[in-house]
Design a protein. Structure first.
Length: 327
């Protein structure tokens, strides 16, 4: 179904399906190998391009993984995070402060797929496949990705600001926001493990260093030695500096970030909050004690589950020819 030329018509059509379909994980139209006949080399093409990208820009592993997270947690997994706006009102502009990158690399994947199979592979599916290939390229386990998503027509920055779970969230907010998307407390702690790769700007955690309660104090739950180390890089009101979320291991998919959380060195308030729930803390303890015996497999299971959030039904959306704009 082609999108009407008038944006208002697109918006009304998209909103109709948005309210008809619950936000929780759906994914009824998804299946592994969806492109088996229409574009049999689709997954191989994505893997090849991502391999080329990471070979010269390994620091993009974290941002490319998080694009899929940001897409699914706002409006569902339908590629809205990729849309441009001439008035800077789409989701990607709300995410600038989160240091989200990798848009040009997604365009590069899309270009390769369009050359091989024009109009077949959706941008939403590209995000899901790229996330998997990044995990594998950085040391994680392969998992089958369900595909068959449709691309949405609408992307609104205010929705992104409203719906994305902030790094300052406490455990009650985290569990509630995951639950309304059909994700469990176990999924919460597992998917938080994605912080094992990539960097963060100072701003999402600066309050923990300089003004936690509004009195110029530091977060008492954050290790004092780690605070001193972070302050060397992050000065008050720093908006540009990047620090590794998993120091010394930020380009390797492993369980070391869980170890940091248990040592009170999780970078974000939302990471430290995992110690405030018996179930999430028990999972952290178990993975560290067993060397991550189930984490790598569990991560794939939770990613597939997340990838079903708010998937558009077959009669809605489109397959974009270019990921930054509707057809």
């Amino acid at each position: 179904m082609a999108c009407p030329k008038l944006f208002l018509s697109c918006l009304l059509l998209e909103l109709m399906f948005f309210f008809l379909v619950p936000e929780v994980a759906q994914g009824h139209s998804l299946k592994v190998g969806f492109y088996g006949k229409a574009c049999p080399n689709a997954e191989a093409i994505v893997k090849e391009v991502i391999g080329q990208i990471l070979s010269v820009a390994p620091s993009l592993s974290g941002p490319l993984l998080r694009l899929h997270f940001h897409d699914c947690f706002v409006r569902g997994c339908e590629g809205s995070v990729l849309l441009d706006s001439p008035t800077y009102q789409s989701e990607k502009y709300a995410f600038r402060k989160h240091g989200l990158r990798g848009y040009q690399e997604i365009d590069r994947v899309k270009t390769a797929l369009e050359k091989a199979c024009p109009g077949i592979v959706s941008c939403a599916d590209i995000l899901a496949l790229v996330a998997r290939d990044v995990v594998v390229a950085t040391g994680g386990l392969f998992y089958d990705v369900e595909t068959g998503r449709r691309d949405g027509y609408v992307s609104i920055s205010e929705e992104a600001r409203r719906d994305l779970i902030p790094p300052t969230a406490n455990i009650t907010t985290l569990k509630a926001d995951f639950a309304k998307r059909g994700l469990s407390a176990k999924d919460l702690v597992i998917l938080s493990g994605g912080h094992t790769i990539g960097n963060s700007h100072c701003s999402p955690f600066s309050n923990r260093l300089y003004n936690f309660t509004g009195k110029g104090d530091a977060d008492p739950t954050l290790d004092s030695n780690y605070i001193a180390r972070l302050k060397l890089s992050c000065k008050p009101n720093d908006q540009t500096t990047l620090v590794e979320m998993d120091p010394g291991s930020a380009r390797t998919f492993d369980i070391k970030y869980f170890d940091l959380i248990l040592k009170r060195r999780g970078l974000f308030t939302s990471d430290a909050a995992l110690l405030d729930d018996n179930q999430t803390k028990a999972y952290l303890d178990f993975q560290i004690k067993t060397g991550g015996s189930t984490f790598f497999k569990d991560f794939g299971v939770s990613m597939v589950k997340m990838g079903r959030i708010g998937v558009l039904p077959k009669m809605a959306g489109e397959v974009r020819k270019v990921c930054t704009k509707v057809n």
